[in-house]
Design a protein around this ligand. Structure first.
Ligand SMILES: CC(C)(COP(=O)(O)OP(=O)(O)OC[C@H]1O[C@@H](n2cnc3c(N)ncnc32)[C@H](O)[C@@H]1OP(=O)(O)O)[C@@H](O)C(=O)NCCC(=O)NCCS
Length: 171
């Protein structure tokens, strides 16, 4: 258990593609809480046209509640993007949920056919992505906040990879 009293072992959580309307709705609620209320990046709703075709990945706690999410979409043949990565505040930095969501996102795209996987990462999260074998390509401002365009090392994300916790390499 973590000091929050929440299970700190990713193996007691599940990271997977959202399968039900309830999981999709809960992911949308979590995104609004993080990107609209907490970070004020969007007013009211962060949904955009990419949601019409993106696939949603969720992290479920042992009770089956959505406590993390990310979405992936194929912008052009074999060119994938990940976005809207969010973990419920209560569950951050205790169970590798952000890392698990990133692993699931890239390995899922790899399984569909992927030559490049990109994300616009908020600058404060660049070290997390570096530890997960991503490289920085460019620095850009989006929604008034510094971001880094980053690219995953696809070799580090084999199809069907083990999503259980693992020790991340130091920066
Ligand atoms: C960014 C976010 C998804 C990370 O999720 P998380 O579940 O807290 O991260 P994890 O527990 O998987 O982190 C894995 C490791 O990276 C570290 N880490 C996490 N975020 C980090 C950061 N911003 N900088 C440096 N290290 C970080 C963790 O401490 C942990 O280290 P450890 O292996 O030594 O224990 C989460 O903080 C979040 O939702 N933030 C608000 C929304 C946001 O910023 N979204 C991302 C937009 S790019």
């Amino acid at each position: 258990m973590s000091f929050h009293g929440l299970p700190a072992d990713l193996s007691t959580y599940e990271v997977k593609l959202a399968e039900t309307a309830a999981e999709l709705a809960a992911a949308a609620v979590l995104r609004r809480a993080v990107f609209c209320e907490e970070q004020s990046l969007f007013e009211g709703d962060d949904r955009d046209s990419i949601d019409d075709y993106a696939e949603t990945i969720v992290a479920l706690n042992p009770e089956g509640e959505v406590v993390g999410t990310v979405r992936i979409h194929e912008e052009a043949p074999r060119l994938w993007w990940g976005s809207r990565l969010a973990v419920d505040r209560r569950y951050r930095r205790i169970a590798q949920l952000g890392a698990g969501l990133i692993r699931c996102a890239v390995s899922t795209a790899n399984g569909r056919g992927c030559d490049q996987f990109l994300a616009l990462v908020q600058a404060q999260n660049e070290p997390l992505f570096h530890r997960l074998q991503w490289e920085s390509l460019a620095f850009e401002d989006h929604h008034g906040m510094p971001h880094v365009k980053m690219q995953a090392d696809l070799a580090a994300y084999p199809v069907g990879m083990d999503l259980r916790p693992c020790v991340l390499a130091a920066e």
